[in-house]
Design a protein around this ligand. Structure first.
Ligand code: DGY
Length: 322
């Protein structure tokens, strides 16, 4: 028996995070890293002070309702909160902690990777090389689009959107954006604000989506809105798959209306992604690795555990959402 706080950890973490968990807490680890169902989590949560979950373990209102009274906090290793019913948690007096800031730089890096990869046809080039199909150099071969000096439209100008903007300025891109709330003048850093998302689409030969998944943004990029993009636009999504209507994007990628897409997030990921994406050469895909960089992933763990320590000490928690 120990009086260390008890925590259920639903996935395996990087070594520094697991070392801290083992040392400072009475921890129940999911040794084989299988995806725990909500029922399994509810059962294993008995006697726990906190749950450390990931985007792979959605906790809806029904699951949160059934959590034992011992649980005081849900820590999610993500900035995104779409998999946790925060209103239900609040109603039960449970704190929810997430990882803003820690994910910002690596996710913006993946945004730039996808932007460049889609625009410069990286998936096709890499596939051609690996298949041993590159036979000759030619002036017409694999012509992409330069991002340098082009306008970049950013939908969702939170921390990640602003960091992408800063990196894209290094490529002399002109930043245009739409956000629920206009940024203060200094934070805009000369980016042009579009009052409607539709206005932004019309002005975005390169479009990067970095807005949270909410009831208002789900299905945002549908056929009607894709039609508003300039012909041959490049689309990048580093937010959530839910913001995109896959049938519509696949059709637009097939017709050339959208020249290429860079996608890190998908509806139905990982097992049930729209098959159309795999058949198209002009899609550069990564498996939801926005925050998957060593330093940041460890910082995410620390941020949650620092927050839990503060919470249990009755102190204010900077990364507490509810
Ligand atoms: C996030 O932080 O929301 C990422 O998608 C990883 O979970």
């Amino acid at each position: 028996m120990t009086d260390k706080p008890k925590i259920l950890v639903t996935r395996r973490h990087l070594a520094p995070t697991e070392a801290r968990l083992t040392e400072d807490y009475d921890v129940v680890l999911n040794e084989d890293d299988h995806i725990m169902s909500a029922d399994e989590i509810v059962a294993a949560a008995d006697g726990m002070d906190a749950l450390l979950i990931c985007v792979t373990e959605p906790l809806d209102a029904a699951a949160i309702e059934r959590l034992p009274d011992s649980v005081r906090a849900i820590l999610t290793l993500s900035v995104g909160l779409d998999h946790v019913d925060t209103a239900a948690a609040k109603a039960r007096g449970l704190a929810v902690l997430n990882t803003p800031d820690a994910v910002t730089d690596p996710t913006a890096e993946i945004g730039m990777l996808l932007l460049l990869g889609a625009a410069r046809r990286a998936a096709e080039g890499a596939a051609m090389m690996r298949a041993g199909e590159w036979s000759t150099w030619s002036p017409r071969m694999m012509i992409g689009k330069e991002i340098t000096g082009s306008p970049l439209g950013i939908l969702g100008m939170g921390r990640i959107g602003q960091t992408v903007a800063a990196r894209a300025r290094g490529f002399d891109m002109t930043i245009r954006y739409h956000n629920r709330t206009r940024l203060p003048f200094a934070q805009e850093a000369s980016a042009s604000y579009y009052t409607t998302p539709e206005g932004l689409l019309e002005a975005s030969p390169f479009l990067l989506i970095s807005a949270p998944s909410t009831p208002e943004t789900r299905g945002f990029l549908n056929a009607e809105r894709i039609a508003m993009l300039p012909d041959g636009a490049i689309v990048v999504n580093i937010a959530r798959g839910e913001l995109v209507d896959d049938d519509a994007l696949v059709a637009a990628l097939g017709s050339g209306k959208v020249a290429a897409a860079g996608l890190d997030v998908f509806n139905g990921e990982p097992a049930d992604i729209h098959p159309g994406y795999f058949e198209l050469p002009n899609v550069f895909m990564t498996p939801h690795i926005g925050s998957g960089a060593e330093r940041s992933r460890a910082a995410m763990g620390d941020m949650l555990l620092d927050g839990l320590d503060l919470l249990l000490a009755g102190e204010p928690v900077p990364n507490r959402v509810v």
